[in-house]
Design a protein around this ligand. Structure first.
Ligand SMILES: Nc1ncnc2c1ncn2[C@@H]1O[C@H](COP(=O)(O)OP(=O)(O)O)[C@@H](O)[C@H]1O
Ligand SMILES: O=C(CO)[C@H](O)[C@H](O)COP(=O)(O)O
Length: 562
């Protein structure tokens, strides 16, 4: 009888890291541990100082990532009683683009005393939105010089991606840029910490750093056109050697073995991204299935067939050959704010009486608002909202757009606004789906994953009604971590008891829940009308007809910096 083997996945989210230990045969999750980052999202002051960050900044502390390994992996090994010798592989996934400057040996600049008080020396989290001027300039120069790579990103590079962030470091802290021997995605950095060897993955290079399998990075002349000092950024601070997803990055180093309790030499998979790693957890890697990873934000990922001419989908985050599964075209789109919008409303917009009621009933505040909002019919509140509280990623690629709630009266209630916000994110999703469908990349199936489908069934029903798709849900509560674990089993390979490729791992280890959310025809009809109104607002405020949101931002910035 063959040996029973296990694999570990570690998912680095926005607020915490989660590790899961999984049975390689069937994907059963044996043990899970969560470690909230001590310094969380740093958007106010640098830790332990009075150094204030400017608006739109979002940093993290790389030491928190190491603490995730040191705390979660020993916990899941202990809880499960699994022999570390039976753990054949480990994979990680991360938010992206989350990037940092390091020395040549991988030491993050912010860990060195001389750089500790310099904001640009820290990790820039995916939702660091302060590099918009650099993104605007990059897009303009690329367009003027006729670079076609913009097409692979739906026409625009977002300020959330790698080069605008790197350029912001150079512009505002040239001394940090000069001291950085390496600029690297955090997902590659944590794999480096596990193996002791720097490797880089094709997924983040493709979606976040303008790389493609056929063309590589844009040429050095392009970077020179942005800023002479950036001409050699790829050769000097990055790497042109990129590894495909599922490949082995290396074996676990002695030091990482000591941190985790695993055996030195355990296979470590090439780094991956939280959204992309989740697709195989659906149980297959079929073309045309869009997987929505719904949490703080939502990422949408989908495999498509190979084509001679890459399709252009407005505002997609990218199309990358092998970006999700080797051999297929991988598409990514997304919404920068989803769960975060509901959290903001609860924190800043819900009267105390609802909290008192929730406490009296032993409910969490979301569940109380969900229950009350579910009593309303579509359109009954008279409200319509724009879901741009954290900017718009797809399809407008503009972090300078803001949220809006229209139609409020003196009779408007908190559950009504809560429902309007849930609906707004569903309309944003429909906009993405329609854009793909109209661009010759049809979406045949919708599957949801992440924290939200578990937490809020009203939200999922609204998504089904607004999009008119039946929505299935991934069975795992820790889908990205399970996806990372699957990649760990592929990195270990067949001979070690793992899998030859991610498609075979998906078949054995991934699955969906039996329950689905089916569109309710009467609701679909009303939401069609509301969506038509949403589109009016979308185009009016989002496509330059009325730039009031941008003018307000400029006035705010001036007021804050006066
Ligand atoms: N019942 C709920 N309904 C809607 N949103 C919720 C609910 N509970 C938590 N949230 C939101 O879900 C988000 C967290 O999602 P989750 O998938 O757990 O984390 P992450 O995105 O960091 O991986 C938070 O923004 C939170 O406000
Ligand atoms: O853009 C991403 C992936 O491509 C980010 O990782 C994502 O938006 C952040 O994820 P989460 O909402 O789960 O924290």
């Amino acid at each position: 009888m063959s040996r029973q083997t296990y694999t570990i996945g570690v998912d680095f989210g926005t607020e915490s890291g989660r590790a899961v230990l999984v049975d390689v045969r069937n994907g059963q999750e044996i043990a899970t541990a969560i470690y909230p980052y001590a310094n969380g999202v740093i958007d106010d002051k640098l830790p332990g100082t009075n150094i204030r960050l400017e608006p739109d900044w979002a940093l993290q502390d790389p030491n928190d990532y190491l603490d995730v390994f040191k705390n979660t992996i020993p916990t899941i090994l202990k809880e499960s009683g699994v022999d570390p010798a039976d753990v054949i592989g480990i994979g990680v996934d991360f938010t992206a683009c989350t990037m940092l400057p390091t020395k040549a040996d991988g030491t993050p600049l912010c860990m060195l005393p001389e750089w500790r008080n310099t904001p640009h020396a820290w990790v820039k989290l995916w939702k660091h939105h302060a590099a918009q001027p650099e993104a605007n300039q990059l897009n303009q120069i690329a367009r003027e010089l006729g670079y076609s790579f913009l097409d692979r990103y739906g026409g625009k590079i977002s300020s959330e991606w790698f080069f605008p962030k790197a350029w912001q470091i150079l512009n505002e802290a040239p001394e940090v840029y000069a001291a950085a021997d390496r600029l690297i995605e955090a997902t590659d950095w944590v794999v480096w910490q596990l193996t002791g060897v720097e490797t880089r993955n094709e997924c983040t290079a493709g979606y976040k750093a303008m790389w493609s399998k056929s063309e590589g990075f844009p040429p050095n002349e392009f970077f020179k056109a942005l800023d002479e000092r950036m001409e050699l950024i790829v050769d000097q601070k990055m790497s042109r050697t990129l590894l495909p997803l599922g490949a082995k990055a290396g074996g676990l180093s002695q030091q990482a073995a000591e941190w985790t309790g695993l055996l030195a030499g355990t296979a470590v998979a090439v780094a991956n991204v939280d959204a992309h790693v989740t697709l195989p957890v659906t149980g297959n890697t079929d073309i045309g299935t869009m997987v929505m990873i719904m949490g703080t934000s939502t990422c949408d990922v989908m495999n498509g067939e190979q084509r001679d001419q890459l399709p252009i989908v407005e505002g997609m985050c990218g199309v990358v050959d092998g970006g999700i599964v080797p051999g297929m075209l991988g598409y990514e789109a997304g919404q920068s704010g989803v769960g975060d919008i509901f959290a903001w409303f609860i924190e800043h917009g819900v009267p105390g009486e609802y909290f008192t009621q929730a406490e009296a009933e032993g409910l969490n505040i979301h569940s109380l608002l969900e229950r009350e909002a579910a009593k309303l019919k579509p359109a009954e509140s008279g409200l319509l909202a724009l879901d741009w509280f954290n900017g718009n990623r797809s399809t407008l690629v503009d972090v300078e757009l803001n949220g809006l709630v229209l139609g409020m009266t003196l009779a408007t209630t908190a559950p009504e606004i809560y429902r309007a916000l849930l609906e707004a994110t569903a309309f944003g999703k429909r906009e993405i789906i329609e854009t793909f469908n109209q661009s010759g990349v049809p979406i045949r199936k919708l599957i949801a994953a992440g924290g939200l489908p578990e937490k809020n069934h009203l939200l999922m029903q609204i998504y089904a009604d607004v999009t008119n798709y039946e929505i299935s849900v991934i069975a795992s509560k820790q889908a990205p971590a399970l996806g990372a674990a699957m990649h760990g089993a592929v990195a270990a390979g067949l001979e070690a008891g793992g899998y030859a490729d991610i498609a075979s791992a998906a078949k054995q280890m991934g699955r969906l829940k039996a329950e689905t959310f089916k569109p309710i025809p009467a609701n679909v009809e009303i939401y069609d009308q509301l969506y038509a109104e949403y589109k009016v607002l979308y185009n009016y405020f989002g496509r330059g007809e009325n730039d009031v949101m941008k003018r307000l931002r400029m006035l705010r910035h001036a007021a804050l910096t006066a």
